[in-house]
Design a protein around this ligand. Structure first.
Ligand SMILES: Cc1cc2nc3c(=O)[nH]c(=O)nc-3n(C[C@H](O)[C@H](O)[C@H](O)COP(=O)(O)O)c2cc1C
Length: 176
């Protein structure tokens, strides 16, 4: 798929068909993640690939905004090693977007489920909940969990009406 087609087609897909993502596609998605740029090329990423149904069901209970993971056959926890880079959040965010674009290019749907600085409930952070569930060590921080699968919902692609002309400034802020 051509680049501009991919960015237009990428939508947050939260309902998935009961169909496994082929391993070959999982590898392609991870490959795209590792091609991301990173601050000072420190490459602090870790990706926890989850296909175990029980674990995905538990991940969907991280917080209300991750409930959509319920039908996802694949979830990838996007993490960063803060002992490697203070810029891990930026680096992990870019990798998360590469993952979503790669999924779209492969005909899959994906959605970012946010974890960092959110609450699970009962005094526990969403990050600690995911960390305990997936056995992630303390120095590895969890940004988000991306649900991926064959879409069971259709959404219109992005279009020119979304371009916010008043947010574009030429040479000086406010000048168009
Ligand atoms: C930083 C970030 C956090 C997000 N967190 C969630 C989330 O926790 N749950 C969710 O369902 N969608 C989440 N989303 C998806 C947004 O809701 C979605 O990108 C936005 O509504 C635009 O829709 P689109 O992705 O279809 O273009 C998140 C997106 C970003 C970039």
């Amino acid at each position: 798929m051509e680049f501009f087609e991919v960015v237009k087609k990428r939508r947050s897909i939260r309902r998935f068909q009961d169909r496994k993502v082929p391993e070959e596609y999982v590898k392609k998605i991870l490959e795209a993640a590792f091609y991301s740029p990173s601050s000072m090329n420190r490459r602090p990423w870790h990706f926890v690939v989850v296909e175990d149904e029980e674990l995905i069901a538990k991940l969907s209970k991280t917080r209300g905004a991750l409930r959509f993971l319920e039908t996802a056959p694949l979830a990838i926890a996007v993490c960063g090693d803060e002992s490697i880079s203070r810029a891990w959040i930026f680096d992990a965010s870019i990798a998360a977007e590469h993952i979503q674009l790669a999924a779209t290019a492969l005909g899959l749907g994906a959605c970012w489920g946010h974890v960092l600085e959110r609450e699970h409930g009962e005094g526990k952070s969403a990050e600690d909940y995911v960390r305990e569930l997936l056995g992630i060590p303390e120095h590895i921080r969890v940004l988000c969990v991306i649900g991926i699968g064959y879409p069971a919902e259709k959404k219109p692609e992005h279009g020119r009406e979304e371009i916010m002309e008043d947010r574009i400034h030429r040479n000086r802020f406010g000048v168009r």
